[in-house]
Design a protein around this ligand. Structure first.
Ligand SMILES: *Cc1c(COP(=O)(O)O)cnc(C)c1O
Length: 422
């Protein structure tokens, strides 16, 4: 029905409409599963709000030092309850996922400590933070030693080498849930659980941090519920529900959170400062919407995968695979196709639809990156967006969609652009 009327507003060919209709018909089973998880997570968020007696006094603003901000305290307790941790740090002073992760790393690691990634190379911007790529002020400059064990050929954990890499200096293990700019599967909560118990069996004192970016509310459990000591993410991705204009979170035990707050602000001040500048309400409302927004993003991703598979492209994950994050990768094998696809995504944006995205260099990335993001919040990738490092094999990464109603038309326009005169 929808597809029969879409030409009232947008030019979409019969061929593209047919692809979309087919893909949606084939995805109903997956959509049902997503709705079920979304309802579960809505209850998780709602019950955390009712339990903490959230009230409109908590939406009041604080400025300056931000002392005695009871709204901030309740916001952080709600996050802690959602993630089933003792405490959380949820602040507008954290500007991105990278900043949240950096805060946790620098908060905990000291000179001579070892950091291990047992799941291969971390996200591009973190390579600078850690000092894998030589960067001013990195952890490496502070005397922290980094070790890495790659996944095996079949993408499973290399337990033998992980065991060998752990020494009595190993203070922290970093597990990245989402695949980042790679074409491998993202780590499911069940896999993260298995890896954490393996490591804790070797030494229970090792602090496990999970980079949860793009993962929140995709499954029923979060990493903190399967043994992660710190769970970290961005509020302009899943957890902010598209409403948070800035922010990041770290969830974990009281003492670890205090270390993180001490490096974000200052030792001795820690969580006692941090003005919320009137953002408590919108951050909480975003959290409230997040499970549903994540479901819309997942449906948009599945629709994309299904259409692209129909057209013969390799997708990751496949349209029928169980998901653990909102990112959809498609191997397009052509720069031209990536640019056209991104152009279509941009054309469907509510903001800056008239702009034509092109590749450019970005801080923290080692090749030109093209980004289609006509978003209300700058750089927000819980909003419908696509990006791609412009290098072989030209993989486009699509994520977000505040509503599936928007996501489906966005995907149609992207496909339409990509297929034009090819
Ligand atoms: C987005 C992302 C980050 C952090 O990125 P920011 O752009 O700084 O928010 C880190 N890790 C993963 C896996 C990500 O997807």
């Amino acid at each position: 029905m929808f597809w029969d009327n879409v030409n009232d507003f947008f030019d979409i060919s019969d061929a593209t409409k047919k692809l979309c209709k087919n893909a949606e018909a084939n995805s109903l089973e997956m959509f049902k599963m997503i709705d079920d998880i979304s309802s579960y997570n809505q209850c998780k968020v709602l019950s955390s709000m009712t339990k903490n007696k959230l009230s409109d006094i908590h939406f009041a603003s604080s400025t300056g030092y931000g002392y005695n901000d009871i709204g901030r305290d309740v916001l952080e307790q709600i996050y802690a309850d959602v993630f089933c941790t003792e405490d959380a740090l949820v602040r507008p002073q954290i500007v991105s996922g990278t900043h949240a992760l950096k805060t946790a790393l620098f908060g905990i690691l000291r000179h001579g400590d070892e950091l291990l990634s047992p799941v291969g190379s971390p996200y591009d911007t973190l390579q600078g933070v850690i000092g894998i790529r030589k960067t001013k002020g990195s952890l490496a400059e502070h005397g922290v030693v980094y070790k890495q064990v790659d996944l095996l050929e079949d993408e499973s954990f290399d337990y033998e080498n992980i065991k060998n890499a752990i020494t009595d200096k190993t203070k922290m293990v970093l597990i990245q849930r989402s695949k980042g700019y790679t074409f491998r599967h993202s780590l499911r909560i069940s896999e993260i659980k298995e890896l954490i118990s393996f490591i804790k069996n070797i030494n229970k004192n090792i602090i496990i941090m999970v980079d949860n970016c793009y993962g929140e509310f995709v499954e029923k459990l979060e990493p903190s519920q399967v043994g992660a000591d710190l769970t970290v993410g961005s509020l302009i991705k899943n957890a902010g529900g598209g409403l948070a204009p800035v922010g990041g979170y770290i969830a974990g035990s009281k003492d670890l959170i205090e270390l993180c707050a001490s490096i974000l602000y200052a030792p001795g001040l820690a969580k006692e400062v941090g003005p919320t500048l009137g953002l408590n309400g919108v951050i909480l409302q975003g959290l409230f919407l997040s499970p549903s927004v994540v479901a819309s993003s997942l449906k948009t991703a599945i629709l994309t995968a299904s259409i692209m598979e129909d057209l013969g492209y390799e997708t990751c994950p496949k349209s029928t695979e169980i998901r653990t994050d909102i990112v959809q990768a498609v191997k397009l094998l052509s720069e031209e196709k990536v640019v056209r696809f991104c152009k279509g995504v941009q054309m469907a944006a509510p903001v800056d639809s008239f702009a034509a995205p092109e590749g450019s260099s970005m801080p923290g990335y080692d090749c030109p990156v093209i980004m289609a993001a006509g978003t209300f919040v700058q750089g927000s990738s819980i909003e419908f967006s696509a990006d791609s490092p412009l290098k072989h094999p030209y993989i486009v990464f699509l994520q977000g969609g505040l509503t599936f109603e928007h996501g489906r038309i966005g995907v149609a326009l992207a496909i339409e652009q990509m297929l034009q005169d090819l």
